[in-house]
Design a protein around this ligand. Sequence first.
Ligand code: PEP
Length: 253
Amino acid sequence: MTLKKPFFGGNWKMNHGPSATRGFLTEFLGQYQPHDDRTVVFFPPAISLAAFKVASAERSDLLTGVQDVYWESSGAFTGSISAGMAKDAGAGFALAGHSERRHVFGDADEDVSRKVAAIAGEGLVPVLCVGELLEERDRGEVEAVVTRQLAAGLSRLSSDQVEGMVIAYEPVWAIGTGRTASPEDANQAHELIRGLLTESVASARAIPIIYGGSVKPSNIEELLAAPEIDGVLVGGASLEASDFAEICSAGGV
Ligand code: PEP
């Protein structure tokens, strides 16, 4: 499947239970009309996925994913969901390696690699998140960190599976802080990622490389104007229907 660009992802994190999901969609559906030149994917909490599906049943343009999976398919893993369960619930995408999973819950590169493989193995689209901490940026380690995280994330995939994924560059210091990477800095990291993907697969150009970190209506256009930025992953601003509708309407040809 080739994903249309620009790609807009809304990561709700641990916000919007089923009732709030229905309320959000009542507003959002009136404010965002289908566009056939882009991909829009919501990542609600897994417990809100069914409510999302029912409330958006008329809108096949709005796709869904989960925020995390465990790599085993079933068993004694209290609190976790598997990629197969996410697929059964109607998700088409799954995040892996989001910075909050890495830095709050301790997901290591090896864990992320197993999760990406489980997601792709079920035929879902993995959205692999990579990005450096502020101290790593200050030490000049952006390239080393992003290269390491990307290599680990791709290590268990076939070329075909890599060609079917999305990479999100999310510098940790820009997530939820109000501090956005400049389009130039983000573009530079995206160029690095594109170059690394080109070493692994023939059609690296088709893989969406999206930026995340304090994206909002006031900075979306300049970010999408950067040549290597194929879309965005939005946290805080995806919780407000009007803000996210504005973001998802930006860019395009
Ligand atoms: C995110 O959660 O992926 C994110 C980028 O958050 P925010 O937009 O709030 O910085």
